[in-house]
Design a protein around this ligand. Structure first.
Ligand code: C2E
Ligand code: CA
Ligand code: CA
Ligand code: CA
Length: 278
């Protein structure tokens, strides 16, 4: 069939070609970026709501892509998942975080738990608990120094497998947090069935604090978490009012720009030095 330029079909085809070629370029760039160490981790502090002390850090992936600039993890994690690169990337980031924990531990003689984000596909990889075990062994860090953050979507689609994987990770002595709690996937029964240690309440529920309806929701989540013996982290704290409301509602830990943005290794190290020197 002859194509008539300017018809919607021709436009759609051209759009499709552009999309798929840029998707391919993105995949190749990410592959190369992983090889060339263009990806790294920043670390965002989590604060103890009661004492104001540093309670832990969350490792957040960054990609400084040559000629493009800083690419959001939201964008490159999707590429990695779609192309199967996530296993390699996830393993690389986990090792990176654990080596950093080991370095801080050597320097400071102690550690605060560092949380590493795990994508659903990565978590459901058969060998994932074994990978974590190997990385802990090779870096020599105690399991209490590592937390894993998982999101609900994996669990919802595959509850039995998620349960098995998480139990193996808990058996290693690692804490597991449910990330983005309250964004839509999680059913309450799942909380009972999964061996979790922590709930992280999504920024979407924290931002409206101290509005009374938001206070009611966060308070209810904290009560539920307490009944299930789970710690609660409020994420996305940007103001003092939000911090106070989240603490009063029963959140144990607070995280957000109000305390600190995700920090480069050296700045995160300085926070830890302060933590262990007073
Ligand atoms: P997340 O795990 O929910 O991480 C929290 C995100 O909120 C981070 O964005 C963080 O920089 C941002 N944030 C922290 N405090 C505040 C605040 O007060 N206000 C606002 N507006 N934002 C705040 P980031 O670093 O862009 O990461 C986005 C998402 O990408 C993460 O959401 C996580 O789902 C994913 N991600 C990041 N690093 C990794 C990784 O190493 N592995 C995997 N699988 N996913 C990752
Ligand atoms: Ca997270
Ligand atoms: Ca989150
Ligand atoms: Ca989020």
């Amino acid at each position: 069939a002859k194509r008539i330029p300017g018809t919607s079909l021709a436009l759609a085809e051209r759009h499709f070609e552009q999309m798929s070629s840029s998707a391919l370029e993105n995949e190749q760039a990410l592959r190369k970026g992983i090889r060339n160490h263009e990806l790294y981790l920043d670390y965002q502090p989590k604060i103890d709501a009661a004492s104001g002390r540093l309670l832990g850090l969350e490792a957040l992936a960054r990609w400084q892509r040559p000629g493009v600039g800083l690419v959001s993890p939201v964008d490159f994690i999707v590429i990695a998942e779609r192309t199967g690169l996530i296993s390699e990337l996830g393993a690389m980031l986990l090792e990176r975080a654990c080596r950093q924990i080991a370095a801080w531990r050597l320097e400071l003689g102690a550690c605060v738990p560092v949380a590493v984000n795990v994508s659903p596909m990565q978590l459901l990889n058969q060998g994932f608990p074994q990978l974590v075990e190997r990385v802990l062994r090779e870096t020599g860090i105690p399991p209490q120094c590592l937390t894993l953050e998982i999101t609900e979507s994996a669990a919802v689609e595959n509850l039995a497998d998620t349960q098995t994987q998480l139990q193996q990770l808990r058996n290693l002595g690692i804490e597991v947090a449910m990330d983005d709690f309250g964004t839509g996937f999680s059913s309450l029964s799942m909380l009972r069935e999964l061996p979790l240690s922590t709930l992280k309440i999504d920024r979407g529920l924290i931002s409206p604090l101290p509005a009374p309806d938001a206070v009611a929701v966060v308070t209810a989540i904290c009560r539920l978490a307490s009944a299930l013996d789970l710690q609660v982290v409020a994420e996305g704290i940007e103001t003092l009012e939000q911090a106070n409301a989240a603490r009063d509602a029963g959140c144990h830990a607070l995280q957000g720009y109000f305390y600190a943005r995700p920090l480069a290794v050296a700045d995160a190290g300085a926070w830890m030095v302060r933590q262990f020197s007073n």
